[in-house]
Design a protein around this ligand. Sequence first.
Ligand SMILES: *[C@@H]1O[C@H](CO)[C@@H](O)[C@H](O)[C@H]1NC(C)=O
Ligand SMILES: *[C@@H]1O[C@H](CO)[C@@H](O)[C@H](O)[C@H]1NC(C)=O
Length: 431
Amino acid sequence: MAGARREKSSQSSILGSRIAVAIGIGIVAGCIFAFVFPNGFFSANPPPQSRLLSKSNLEVESVSCESSEKLNLLKSDNMRLSDKNVKLKKQVRELNEKLRLAEQRKDHAREPFIVSSEPQKAGPFGTVKGLRTNPIVVPDETVNPRLAKILAKIAVNKELIVAVANSNVKEMLEVWYTSIKKVGISNYLVVALDDAIVDLCKSNDVPVYQRDPDEAIDSVGKTGGNHAVSALKFRILREFLQLGYGVLLSDVDIVYLQNPFEHLYRDSDVESMSDGHNNMTAYGFNDVFDEPAMGWARYAHTMRIWVYNSGFFYIRPTIPSIELLDRIAGRLAREDAWDQAVFNEELFYPSHPGYVGLHAAKRTMDIYLFMNSKVLFKTVRKDANLKKLKPVIVHVNYHPDKLPRMKAVFEFYVNGKQDALEPFPNGSDWK
Ligand SMILES: *[C@@H]1O[C@H](CO)[C@@H](O)[C@H](O)[C@H]1NC(C)=O
Ligand SMILES: *[C@@H]1O[C@H](CO)[C@@H](O)[C@H](O)[C@H]1NC(C)=O
């Protein structure tokens, strides 16, 4: 810059000095430009100004007009580019905002299926929903690699029906898997407790699994009666859940008429069929207990619900589910108790002094879709409208003559034999 000024002061004529002023302005601007953009707009092309400054004064004068034009062009380029930059920045901001909103909506859609450890603000009245659906466990194949392989082949959407069977229930098992095949269900597995069941399944193309020998458990499995085998299933189920599978546990005194996986909600740790025989008993009611001696306070309100049936329930692979299995198996090992009673006590009792409740999420299945044999034989078969409904399953849990009733259910619903259910009494004959 100092050199440029000296150049200007050396001019003498008026005209010359005017030209010199114009040239000088060009040069000054050029120098400013060179100073502000020492590497030019594109560092690959060295800016003309830097070459210019290193050459003789004459050359400086001849190119300086050109450079001021270039300068103007570059200036407007610069303005255009910075305009563009502002616009792009705005677009990025808008896209980021859109992404954030999309993520939020995605989280919202999944809300019932995640547990947020973040403290949350409660939303407006009527919009607040507690969590029922606990996250599933991380599958651990090391607990049973052989079973993991079998399940990977059989399960559909990481779910399957599981039945535990020994030779005592062979004939019912045959009706059981015949109905399952008829519906077209492929994701089911029989856990065989003895070799005869393994053979039966293999010769009928029924997926079967026999556990590795475990003396403490196996002696019960081979010789045990109904309740003993029932207790076993809670121990066996644990591995299925640890491997990350949702299990529809099924007794074998059940006839399948539709695919149950199309009728599950999957929003609770345990989704179970009920022993209830109408809406009230199955879904819960306020049972008023009357004690006249209390006078004004003679009526005491109690909460009641008919028990869940531990012979048919869907259990998600969650920590509360596995804790439930452990609690039941633990109690059945220590006490001489009925597994269905223990199953319900662990599911329903709240925490109280000396006891910590499980607080698992539970759902009662629809009693006309997942039907017990009391509902069928006492109500449905005599009701013209209910008779038209096709249940998903029928569980012959209320009647000791299981096999003939199972066959009658199959005849009625599958083969359309309208009078198949008629010969049977409401209940069992023995009093
Ligand atoms: C039983 O409950 C179902 C489902 O909530 C309902 O559609 C039906 O009307 C109820 N039946 C009676 C008899 O209350
Ligand atoms: C069977 O149940 C129906 C309806 O609940 C009742 O009307 C009928 O009397 C019962 N039959 C017998 C033999 O108890």
